[in-house]
Design a protein around this ligand. Structure first.
Ligand SMILES: Cc1cc2nc3c(=O)[nH]c(=O)nc-3n(C[C@H](O)[C@H](O)[C@H](O)COP(=O)(O)O)c2cc1C
Length: 206
């Protein structure tokens, strides 16, 4: 075995002080997901196992480790919103991850205002500069290679409405860095933000 690399098989443990997986696959964009229960209680929670998966139609997805309130709500109503978590909203995003009973409205808990959506009935976060209104397209329970199911659900949603704060559109072009998105690193507390200094451009080969 090469000594230049630390190798491990996850089933047998990583043998390190902290599991490096999340720090390696990072920084990850955050799915700040608003949803509403069948009985009308609002819910807001961050999910960093989140990404975009398709362009036309736009599809985003997040994975819930356990059957959490967001997944239950989305299964019940078929709708959710994704909201951009930004540096100014980092503290509120963090407050919204509290493990609280389903009766607790995390908008209130985090001091955020719900703003009405245009297409779906679930509100978005008024303070967030970008939101996607989404309809559930697939809800998939993950499994191991041998077919054994794991208690993790992948929620995929088609984006049916997009809200962008106008100052983020520079001559009509969305300015990613200007939004100051925050991204999740590894460990218990690591986050990253990005600015224009991290930008480099590379065009595809012709
Ligand atoms: C930045 C951040 C990212 C998170 N990512 C995930 C994730 O990808 N999957 C997950 O199950 N929980 C994740 N959590 C934990 C959930 O936010 C937390 O369990 C929350 O209470 C779930 O809320 P809900 O039950 O209202 O859906 C994350 C927490 C934080 C702060």
């Amino acid at each position: 075995m090469s000594t230049a690399f630390h190798f491990y098989e996850p089933r047998a443990g990583h043998g390190l002080p902290h599991d490096p997986f999340n720090a390696i696959v990072g920084p990850r964009p955050i799915g700040w997901i608003s949803s509403r229960s069948k009985s009308g209680i609002l819910n807001l929670a961050p999910y960093s196992f989140f990404n975009a998966f398709n362009y036309v139609p736009p599809i985003v997805g997040f994975a819930s480790i356990g059957w959490k309130d967001s997944v239950r709500n989305i299964e019940e109503t078929g709708e959710f919103c994704w909201n951009l978590a930004t540096r100014p909203l980092a503290g509120q995003m963090n407050l919204s991850c509290a493990a609280v009973p389903p009766e607790t409205d995390e908008f209130q808990l985090a001091g955020l205002r719900p703003a009405p959506s245009a297409v779906v009935s679930v509100p978005r976060v008024a303070e967030s500069p970008v939101s996607f209104e989404c309809r559930l397209s697939q809800l998939i329970q993950l499994q191991r290679t041998d077919g054994e199911q794991v208690p993790t659900w992948l929620v995929l949603g088609e984006v049916v409405g997009v809200h962008i704060a106008r100052p983020l559109l520079k001559d009509g072009v969305y300015d990613t860095a200007a939004a100051e998105p925050i991204l999740r690193g590894g460990g218990p507390a690591d986050y990253f933000t990005i600015g224009h200094e991290q930008l480099f451009r590379m065009f595809r080969p012709k």
